[in-house]
Design a protein around this ligand. Sequence first.
Ligand code: FE2
Ligand code: FE2
Length: 445
Amino acid sequence: MLLLSPMASAQSLGEALQECPGTLTGSTEPRQIHLQLTDNPSKVVVMWATARRGNAVVEWNGQSADGDSYCYNHDMAFHMASMTDLTPGEEVTYRVGDGNDWSQEYTFTPIDIEAERFEWIAIADHGDSSEALDVSEAIIADTTAQMVTISGDISYADGEQSVWDDWFANQEASMTRIPWVTAVGNHENEPGFEFTPYAHRFDADEVKEAEPFWYSRDFSGVHMVFMSTEHDYDSSSVQYAALEADLSAADANREQRPFIVVIAHKPMYSSNGYHGSEIALRVAVEELYQNHGVDLVIAGHDHFYERTWPVYQEEPQTFGDEDGTLFGQGSGPIHIVAGNAGRTPYTEMDEPQPAWSAYREVDTFGYMKLIYDGESRSLSFTFHRTDETIGDQFTIQEGVLNEKMEEQFQFIPGFGTLLPVISIICAAFFRNDSHCCSESDMVSC
Ligand SMILES: [Fe+2]
Ligand SMILES: [Fe+2]
């Protein structure tokens, strides 16, 4: 499903030559090749850059299609072309070029959004530091992820456009075989350029030079919403109306896709002292997320790792099973801050740790791996550090957790309504080791 979003205007050849005269000369070797998802699983867009402006052609599995070429105020020409009539789950071999000079051949497998299993990697706040390259290397080495999501702050070009060129080159070994799907961060709004570089280098709508800032995609078991914390999101905004319509439709389609995940940059819950919780965002959309049962929100912006309990209005709604690592649905979203993919860590944290914060760590780098398993109808989440240790891990399963426990106690009048109160008392007691406080502990609390 594609949501309504503002778009840049198309560019004539005359405008392009005026803006990017440097693209009249140079190499036609395709670089920065990257796949982009569309909202049609049998259609995949490929984008690339060349020093010299020229034709755009993609060849795949014996077929060929012409694409579009364009540029912005930077001396590289950009190209995009669509591979169509693909069979989800079946490998495709492709190459791109101008009809004379070609890239090498690459292969990818279009995502089957009705398969039994779906795996993806999530990161935020990336850039090109040596730590960021460690994360890139780990992503490239992963052979089972079918996609990468970035919750904003992607290259940190900040007006220096060659930084984007280098960033795409760094990820090329991954991006030629799986799509990287993005939400914008504050660093995509560049000095002197605003969102123009982002709009020319990524594509989620098959319209050249025009990137929607909010949209959604369906995958096996998961409806995923990419929203923008960098555009209006208050209740009278266009984005809010689009989010409301999208989440409402997704919530009515749980049988097909049990989980709703939001990818966005600024976190509405963060106990980091650098930025902290984005209160205006929480005021604007938390109730919407709660009412439509959003299961997981993956944000960045603060350069550390944090996971909340399922939370609403700053109150933890449940502590999951006895290990505090298995959760059901319907309590409230779990919020992740995953701003630890390569930028300088923000090490000062709010003390004491808020009751809604389940786990947090600073000074580490890594990526999140998420797996939807259609057999158990569960979504598992693992934070992998780049030193190959695991930082955090939990699973959300379809339906309400501990139904049995609630049935057991339903003879006690008002037990259900007391649960959140008991949870908060527990959290206060166990603040220093909140993993030990679970719903089963509540019985003895
Ligand atoms: Fe950042
Ligand atoms: Fe940011």
